[in-house]
Design a protein around this ligand. Structure first.
Ligand SMILES: *[C@@H]1O[C@H](CO)[C@@H](O)[C@H](O)[C@H]1NC(C)=O
Ligand SMILES: *[C@@H]1O[C@H](CO)[C@@H](O)[C@H](O)[C@H]1NC(C)=O
Ligand SMILES: *[C@@H]1O[C@H](CO)[C@@H](O)[C@H](O)[C@H]1NC(C)=O
Ligand SMILES: *[C@@H]1O[C@H](CO)[C@@H](O)[C@H](O)[C@H]1NC(C)=O
Ligand SMILES: *[C@@H]1O[C@H](CO)[C@@H](O)[C@H](O)[C@H]1NC(C)=O
Ligand SMILES: *[C@@H]1O[C@H](CO)[C@@H](O)[C@H](O)[C@H]1NC(C)=O
Ligand SMILES: *[C@@H]1O[C@H](CO)[C@@H](O)[C@H](O)[C@H]1NC(C)=O
Length: 665
């Protein structure tokens, strides 16, 4: 994550009036820091899904998302977390990051694992091994398990280590080094709370037992893994992925520095004393050099920036960082409007008196300035009364900012789910909000403009209301840019559980119909005045409730209590029926947004009957059936096949790349 290092440079020089040693420390500090920000190691997933399914009619998704929510909170400030739900279909989850990852990298790795694991649903169990972390769910308490005769696995890299080329002595030497390294691993890890690293003769190894596995289990697990990965020699890498631990060797150094320092304190101390002076000199020199190199790189970047900015200046989309800083009262907390997945939003008042919303992105966009400008340029040209307008951006300051039109009345969720305010939103207004949102989305999907965008995160908090309660969809676009940046993963799933279409949630398959699904959920929420995410014990999700009422011809009962007496609410059941149409499990059965707009606005338009329960069941998730139902859409099929082919070694970023593919069509 080079952008973080870049960000540190201005700090160093503002502090350069400090005494000399401090200055040196500030030079060295980013180097140390950069090693801990090294790499969340989200690659090389081993995804293992269990074969047993829950009893017919059980939907595991609410329990799964509930358990993941609990886990996310617990992993926040630790490298290990477990969580369980005690219900008729219990759910136990465990997450473990490797000890050498920084907390930030741990969260990134967890987010990546969390995005991929739902592909195991509706199996009752699944586990995923990434190179930096592990995540598992099951329907029983497995926390102390260490080995399994059927599920433990080993994976060897396809390539032989290059050093082996034609030199049989060297093969033996490296083979022996692997033996020694992994042979010593168990001892090192057990002495060090279940984590250890070794590097000898060009072979590096790392072992991690899950914190909940007792020492004896850890020993057994690592010994089994060590034996298994020895079978990988002379491949350049081997990974043992067992129920209670992970062990990897490689001829490339893959773990971060602190990890190595931990295991052999004795040696580390001696080495430190003997070479401290030399090291100090070396570090100072290399730090100075690195800083010099980075400064020249930054100069280069600024030059590039200058060229791009020139054409950008003319477009009127460029804002000065200082202007926006002042406009938001230096990002004062009192100006904060909200926090989204990609950054926090502040209210700003420009020097000309105009009020805007300024979004402070959580990542830096310098790495892909070109893409960013192009995307901003593209998005800013999308104009529709129901879409929040992007006014421009700032990229030259220490962080990247986006400037949006300011929408005064906060977001829809704060109206329809807040009992004090629901009375303010009568049926007529709710209906207009639904129609406006549908029109905005239809426009995004390509109606009336040459740009075709998938929003991916339609939900009540992304629909803003202006002073006349007109809806405006926020937070669209810029997705392709963001997807190229790894840190985008920190937002976890791009989308919100409860609103996410099943095919997108489970397989990362993304089309406009995923937005249609989310819109359907939103429409049901607006009419019923209830959140879909609240799973109550007896009634199931809002979708299930409405579906059940529809089946028994009692749709009117689902309508929000506070608008029931509203005599104009005759269309409410029709809107519910449209919502059900949009949330059908099969992608091809859902209408397009243009059709939805027509059904909503044209009184003579016949609304078809939804004919599929709007929630997941095993048959919909069955790859063969879904491929069949999508065969009209060759892109979708390809994306699905790609994901399925990737099988156990699928990368979490697949979700994002399938999106890119669809966007670039
Ligand atoms: C876990 O799920 C399987 C398959 O549905 C079932 O046979 C088993 O009894 C479940 N275990 C527990 C503890 O619920
Ligand atoms: C569950 O449903 C599938 C098909 O829908 C059926 O083949 C199977 O027999 C059912 N299993 C049970 C236990 O009812
Ligand atoms: C995670 O921890 C940070 C600080 O430790 C805190 O500010 C934040 O609210 C926590 N987030 C969650 C979801 O618990
Ligand atoms: C789960 O609930 C059952 C029945 O309510 C109870 O017997 C059991 O002890 C609970 N288990 C845990 C781990 O809380
Ligand atoms: C290990 O994983 C590979 C690839 O997924 C699979 O083909 C193999 O059967 C697995 N081995 C065991 C022992 O489960
Ligand atoms: C541990 O490493 C040493 C060499 O550093 C080697 O002599 C010894 O045999 C190794 N132990 C095991 C159990 O492989
Ligand atoms: C988990 O699923 C079971 C059965 O589907 C349900 O009864 C229970 O309420 C769910 N628990 C949660 C917390 O959603």
């Amino acid at each position: 994550m080079k952008e973080r290092r870049l960000k540190l440079i201005p700090m160093q020089f503002s502090a350069s009036k400090q005494p000399y040693w401090r200055w040196v420390f500030l030079l060295v500090f980013p180097l140390l820091l950069s090693s801990s920000f090294s790499d969340p190691r989200i690659s090389n997933a081993g995804l293992l899904c269990g074969h047993s399914r829950p009893p017919n009619g059980t939907n595991l998704i609410p329990n799964f998302s509930e358990a993941m929510r609990g886990l996310s909170q617990a992993i926040n400030n630790s490298h290990f977390a477990s969580y369980h739900l005690n219900s008729t279909s219990p759910m136990y989850v465990l997450a473990q990051c490797h000890q050498d990852l920084s907390q930030t990298d741990c969260l990134l790795c967890y987010a990546a694992a969390r995005t991929t694991l739902p592909r195991c649903l509706p199996s009752v169990s699944g586990r995923i091994f990434l190179d930096g972390c592990f995540l598992r769910y099951d329907n029983y308490s497995f926390y102390q398990e260490s080995v399994s005769s059927s599920l433990d696995n080993v994976s060897c890299s396809p390539d032989e280590a290059t050093v082996f080329d034609g030199d049989s002595k060297r093969v033996n030497l490296i083979g022996r080094s692997v033996d020694y390294a992994v042979g010593n691993m168990t001892r090192i890890a057990l002495r060090n709370g279940g984590f250890g690293t070794v590097g000898m003769n060009g072979v590096y190894a790392l072992a991690q037992c899950w914190k909940s596995v007792p020492a004896e289990g850890c020993r057994e697990c690592l010994e089994k893994a060590a034996k298994a990965v020895r079978g990988c020699v002379p491949k350049e890498e081997g990974r043992g992925m067992n129920t209670g631990c992970y062990l990897r060797y490689s001829t490339n150094k893959f773990y971060s520095k602190e990890g190595e320092a931990k295991h052999d304190h004795e040696i580390a101390i001696i080495v430190a004393i003997v070479s401290s002076i030399a090291a100090f000199l070396m570090v100072s020199l290399s730090a100075a050099y690195a800083t010099y190199a980075r400064l020249s790189k930054r100069k280069e970047e600024l030059k590039n920036l200058g060229q791009i900015s020139k054409s950008f200046d003319k477009s009127g989309l460029k804002f000065k960082y200082e202007t926006l800083e002042k406009a938001t009262d230096y990002f004062s907390f009192s100006r904060k409007l909200g926090q989204g997945g990609t950054g926090s939003v502040f209210m700003g008042i420009l020097p000309n008196g105009k009020t805007v919303a300024v979004k402070r992105l959580i990542y830096n966009t310098r790495q892909w300035v070109d893409d960013f400008f192009n995307e901003v340029n593209l998005i800013s040209r999308i104009q529709h009364k129901n879409l929040v307008k992007l006014l421009g951006c700032s990229i030259e300051g220490p962080e990247s900012l986006l400037v949006y039109e300011y929408v005064p009345n906060k977001s829809l969720d704060q109206f329809i789910f807040d009992e004090k305010k629901t009375n303010l939103v009568k049926w007529k207004q709710r209906f207009d909000i639904i129609v406006g949102t549908a029109e905005g989305l239809a426009h995004l999907h390509g109606g009336g403009s040459h740009v075709r965008l998938i929003h991916r995160d339609i939900k009540s908090s992304n629909v803003l209301l202006d002073e006349n309660l007109n809806p405006k969809i926020a937070d669209f676009g810029l997705v392709r840019c963001l997807a190229t940046d790894k840190s985008h993963l920190s937002t976890g799933v791009a989308g919100t559980l409860g609103y996410m279409a099943p095919e997108y949630l489970v397989r990362g398959q993304l089309t406009e119909k995923a937005d249609v699904y989310s819109f359907g959920v939103l429409a049901l929420e607006i009419v019923c005045g209830k959140r879909n995410t609240t799973f109550t014990k007896d009634s199931g999700s809002l979708l299930q409730t409405v579906w059940a009422l529809y089946r028994s011809n009692r749709l009117a009962e689902a309508v929000d209590y506070s608008i029931k007496d509203d005599t104009s609410a005759k269309e409410a059941p029709d809107v519910l029926q449209i919502g059900l149409l949009c949330t059908q499990a099969s992608v091809s059965l859902r209408p397009s947004m243009a059709q939805v707009v027509q059904m909503l606005t044209d009184k003579d338009c016949e609304i078809p009957s939804p004919n599929q329960p709007p929630f997941l069941n095993a048959s919909v998730l069955d790859p063969t059936s879904s491929t069949r139902s999508n065969s009209t859409d060759s892109f979708t099929t390809n994306a699905v096949r790609k994901i399925q082919d990737s099988g156990t070694s699928s990368e979490p970023s697949r979700t994002l790349s399938s999106d890119e593919a669809s966007r670039s069509q």
